[in-house]
Design a binder for this molecule. Structure first.
Ligand SMILES: Cc1cc2nc3c(=O)[nH]c(=O)nc-3n(C[C@H](O)[C@H](O)[C@H](O)COP(=O)(O)OP(=O)(O)OC[C@H]3O[C@@H](n4cnc5c(N)ncnc54)[C@H](O)[C@@H]3O)c2cc1C
Length: 314
């Protein structure tokens, strides 16, 4: 089958790789490639955050967890590292469904909980350095025989190919007229300092994180709904720093090296389903909110399954 993927973010590239591995011909057409996609701005810690439906996203995220570890261990993808991170909560709550799926998950002792919080857990999970990972995905895609070009579509009817996979992120608002898709603005700060372990408060209202990569740490964040602003805001930088300093008092502002902004493609749930338009099969794979990297391989495998089932039927 000749398959066209719209979009070259983490969803489009991961799906492209999986489809090539299944023997399909794949071309990616996108308005922007790395380093100019939202995926390039992802922090990116494996953590199902701001994304629904939970039953499916738990499955897709745990599949992605193990694929990221396999890539690190078997394909020597060095920009994936395994790091410890602690999530702090104001009060005790039910454990997330994915907690039993990963090898290291433990409840923090009271003495380990940060000041101002009452509960928390520690996990060991992949940190993905998107500045290296996005180019790696594209080179893997090319190495498997995938082709790509720049292009922008106003409707899905214009897209060439026997099957279309739609990985357009926030672009789905216009491309599919999907008003359920909304931006959730995120600003981050890069600092040349390592906190030892990641520190998190992932409640959208108080969102705070420190995600250590090999060379820098990503500090966040903001989760501003319906905010299309792509410029860095000084007041947000101050807001992020003051929150991070509470979880990481040793943070030294003199080590800051850069800042960035991205718009998360948020939807009440990920849209991963097929649709027939003018007799052609379209598979939508967008609306991953704050967890597009965390879900990437699980969703790519789901697209492969849908295509397989449809090819068996026809
Ligand atoms: C600050 C921040 C921190 C984040 N941290 C994390 C994290 O720690 N962990 C995690 O898992 N996720 C994180 N995310 C979320 C993650 O970045 C997104 O969920 C993910 O990048 C979405 O990927 P995507 O490929 O679906 O979309 P995108 O990366 O936005 O790619 C969409 C692609 O479609 C193309 N396109 C759009 N419209 C059209 C059109 N009409 N015609 C042609 N091409 C089109 C675009 O040019 C682009 O190539 C974070 C996001 C932000 C902003």
């Amino acid at each position: 089958m000749q398959i066209t993927i719209v979009g070259a973010g983490v969803s489009g590239l991961s799906t492209g790789i999986r489809l090539l591995e299944q023997g399909h011909g794949v071309k990616i057409i996108a308005k922007e490639f790395s380093p100019n996609t939202v995926s390039d701005v992802a922090a990116a810690w494996w953590y199902p955050f701001l994304v629904e439906p939970v039953k499916k996203t738990n499955k897709w995220s745990s599949e992605t967890f193990y694929e990221l570890i396999r890539l690190k261990e078997e394909e020597n993808v060095e920009c994936i590292t395994l790091r410890l991170g602690r999530e702090y909560l104001k009060e005790e709550c039910d454990l997330p469904g994915w907690s039993s799926e990963i090898p290291h998950f433990r409840i923090l002792k009271q003495s380990e909980v940060a000041t101002g919080y009452n509960y928390g857990w520690e996990i060991e999970a992949p940190v993905i350095e998107m500045n290296h990972y996005m180019p790696w995905l594209l080179s893997k895609f090319k190495q498997l025989g995938g082709t790509y070009e720049f292009g922008e579509f106003s409707t899905l009817e214009e897209v060439p190919g026997e099957i279309i996979v739609n990985c357009c992120g926030l672009g789905g608002r216009e491309l599919c007229g999907d008003n359920e898709l909304r931006p959730v603005r995120g600003q981050v700060i890069y600092i040349k300092q390592d906190p030892g372990f990641g520190r998190f408060d992932q409640q959208p209202e108080t969102l705070t994180y420190t995600i250590p990569r090999r060379d820098i740490t990503v500090l966040g964040g903001t989760a501003q709904k319906d905010d299309w602003g792509e410029d860095v805001r000084i007041e947000d930088t101050e807001y992020i720093l003051s929150k991070c300093e509470e979880l990481w008092p040793e943070l030294d502002r003199g080590n800051i090296v850069d800042t960035a902004v991205g718009l998360r493609p948020s939807r009440y749930e990920v849209r991963l389903e097929e649709e027939i338009i003018n007799g052609k099969m379209i598979i939508h794979n967008y609306g991953h909110g704050g967890a597009g990297v965390t879900l990437s391989w699980g969703c790519a495998d789901e697209v492969v399954k849908i295509i397989k089932i449809n090819m068996q039927i026809s």
